[in-house]
Write a protein that binds this ligand. Structure first.
Ligand SMILES: [Zn+2]
Length: 82
């Protein structure tokens, strides 16, 4: 469960979501996401973080990295909702 590409997928999630990976790099990660619920949760968190941070950046131009607290809050939210 742990060593099936999760590390690689999670390490590259932000780049994937930002569209910074080429097709060759993103394909195996997307494939992994399709079959790994754990990484899909992580992807959802990343997507929400990206949205929240983007919105926050419209107000405060100087915040450019997602705070750990925010990440944990979203994760907790997902668990509660799920
Ligand atoms: Zn995974």
């Amino acid at each position: 469960m742990s060593d099936c590409g999760c590390d690689q997928a999670k390490a590259n999630l932000y780049e994937l979501l930002r569209g910074e990976l080429c097709a060759e790099e993103s394909a195996p990660i997307r494939e992994h996401l399709a079959q790994c619920p754990d990484c899909r949760t992580e992807e959802t968190v990343c997507i929400r973080l990206t949205e929240v941070v983007r919105r926050a950046c419209e107000d405060e131009r100087d915040s450019n990295c997602p705070p750990e607290e925010l990440r944990n809050a979203i994760l907790k939210n997902l668990r509660t909702a799920g």
